[in-house]
Design a protein around this ligand. Structure first.
Ligand code: CMP
Length: 220
């Protein structure tokens, strides 16, 4: 727990008290953890794997966030009492998760201002990102939105390699389109342009940003 940013500021004593209250859940790839509109009873922490947060409109989906080890989610419906899950959560890979009951989480928040501050800090970051998404969807074209999305993914999920920064999540063109708010064909076209320009390379669905500075210069 000490390595999870949300709980970093808790005292040793609180951490020792909290750790046994987490319930470990091992889930397969493609499992729905909860649906938009469900009652929210637990906060989730990711030990390993990747979780997709999304909303559906008939057959179309918009991906709001991808979370990985060390991230938490499911806090919104715990805190805004009376409100239900604001989005659906599904595993993109096999995951090991830790679930914490609402009552326990609220009890620790009440006694730890540092935990509350950490939670606020993450919420502010997520709000900033959501504002960025509103801006991008309103003002930017598809090519810029795709470029910004892969830069953002490389910041959140990137692993440095000699070839460049690898986005360590296997994403289909359709999933990227669902993050950007466009259609699969546009993603395929723009990724091909970026491949031809030598800005990226793709190997087994993993995108490597070979020249992140060039991409950043274009979207600035
Ligand atoms: P909750 O509403 O309980 O269930 C869905 C969860 O997805 C939510 O809590 C947050 O943890 C997360 N979530 C919802 N919207 C966003 C967003 N725009 N950015 C990041 N995470 C989100």
């Amino acid at each position: 727990l000490q390595n999870v940013p949300l709980f970093q500021e808790l005292s040793e004593e609180d951490l020792l008290g909290l750790a046994p209250l987490f319930i470990e859940k091992k889930v397969k790839k493609g499992s729905i953890l909860f649906l938009e509109g469900d009652d929210g009873e637990e906060l989730f922490l990711i030990k390993s794997g990747v979780v997709k947060i999304y909303r559906l409109d008939e057959a179309k989906e918009i991906i709001l966030a991808l979370f990985r080890e060390g991230d938490f989610f499911g806090e919104m419906s715990l805190i805004s009492s009376g409100l239900t899950r604001s989005a659906t959560a599904e595993t993109l890979e096999a995951c090991t998760l830790y679930a914490l009951k609402r009552s326990v989480f609220v009890q620790y928040m009440e006694k730890s201002p540092k935990l509350c501050l950490k939670l606020l800090e993450t919420t502010m970051d997520r709000l900033r990102r959501a504002n960025e998404q509103i801006y991008d969807l309103t003002f930017l074209g598809v090519r810029s939105r795709i470029m910004k999305t892969i830069v953002r993914l490389s910041e959140q999920h990137g692993i440095p390699t000699p070839a460049g920064l690898v986005i360590n999540v296997k994403l289909t063109h359709q999933q990227l389109a669902n993050m950007v708010g466009t259609v699969r064909e546009s993603v395929t076209k723009v990724l091909q342009e970026l491949l031809d320009e030598g800005a990226i390379q793709i190997d087994k669905k993993l995108i490597t940003l070979k020249n992140i500075d060039a991409i950043k210069r274009e979207i600035r």
